[in-house]
Design a protein around this ligand. Sequence first.
Ligand SMILES: C[S@@+](CC[C@H](N)C(=O)[O-])C[C@H]1O[C@@H](n2cnc3c(N)ncnc32)[C@H](O)[C@@H]1O
Length: 441
Amino acid sequence: MDGMPSNFSKPSSKPPFKSPSKPSRPSSGPKSTSRDIGHAVHTKCTKHALHAKHVVEGAVEIELCPSVFYNPHMQLSRSLSVLAAKAIMSCEEEKAEHEGGAARKQGSFIKALDAFTASGVRGLRYAKEAGFDVDFLDLSKGAVEWCKRNVKKNGVKGKVWHRDVVEFLTSNDAINEQYTFIELDPFGSPIPFLWPAFYYLVRTGARKRPAYLSITATDGPVLCGLQKEAARKYYKVEPLHNSFCHETGLRILIRAAAETALLLNAGVEPLVSFYYRHQFKTILRVQKGEDAARKTLFFIGRAIDPFTKKAYGPIWLGPLHDKQTIKEMERKAREAKERAEQEKKEKGEKGEGGKRGLWRKSLVYVEAFEKELNIDKPYFFSLPDVFKRYGIKGNMLSVKKVISLLRQKGYKAEPTHIDSEGVKTNASVEELVKLIKAHRR
Ligand SMILES: C[S@@+](CC[C@H](N)C(=O)[O-])C[C@H]1O[C@@H](n2cnc3c(N)ncnc32)[C@H](O)[C@@H]1O
């Protein structure tokens, strides 16, 4: 075992992780105000829209009207979230057994709110694949109409709310539902929604048992330091724009969520966090109380840029994932991949596409998350950047080779899911450069 994601060792296959794209979409901070979004989505969306499309994703089938948001490129991100949901479910079931076999009285252990649901696809997958009880919510009338159709089509029981998420989470309707898992997937930044979500969870579920908050951010130019003023304004951070800025962005997001929890004397623990295409995603366990808050506070601080030796942040300095959750996700991904392979065989299909390809790729990501946990540094070294900065001439070395050189010298080294040309290591950049140059001689 050389510790690399499986297809690093197969140069002919496509790399599992692309080098991150530059955050270039113009954005000056949180975009997710109800006014902006309402316009974008609910125009011309009627029950009888002529251009309805049929989509199969995971275990769900949905109908889409062109003006209801659905991004097919985010199937992998949703599949990773489903694996995390399955892991959460296993953990809750196990806990209930330990507590004297207190079987669930009614419904699932997890009651979730898919708070920016659009077509309903993510919540439906949580319901059908992870066994959550799910309600759905969207501000757009059109999205709500189509979500209702999809909920019915998939035989799921959840309610579909046509409300603004902030107003809803502070209402008695929401309190009566006792959600223990909230999905926040707005356009742009989730910052405006963090306080109501944490306030709700701490006020209801997280007081007695842990609750869960799943957060997506797509304001890459802010999180990656291209829009410094917006980063200072919304995330209260001095960001970096360099070759590891996507990991920094993820850590800025987690820190912002953690600080919101601290205001309520609660703490967070990232179960899984990843960057995929333009999406920053973290799924947090939320727990109220002094102990949880103290542990969270411990992981917030400024970091030192390994290139310039200047401080940046504050960011989340703790692990991006929880070891037990990742192990369970890995088990579930393997099972799903094997099931998809079996289905494919039975149908006599060939090729790498469809469900099998999706679960194979999900597994590669989960394996990479596990390896990242071995390195206690909030950044990675992107090899093209290192070669350029330090004037190393000639062909670039492969990630596999650099990892092996570092390990031979006794350093820890692993790949990163964020960049197929990146290496996470406890060696300094100077030590890394020395090793590469010595190998070249
Ligand atoms: C990025 S899309 C969600 C995508 C969806 N979760 C998926 O996986 O396909 C954002 C959705 O949030 C809705 N939205 C925006 N602002 C909202 C608000 N304040 N309250 C509730 N929904 C809102 C929009 O109408 C839109 O459908």
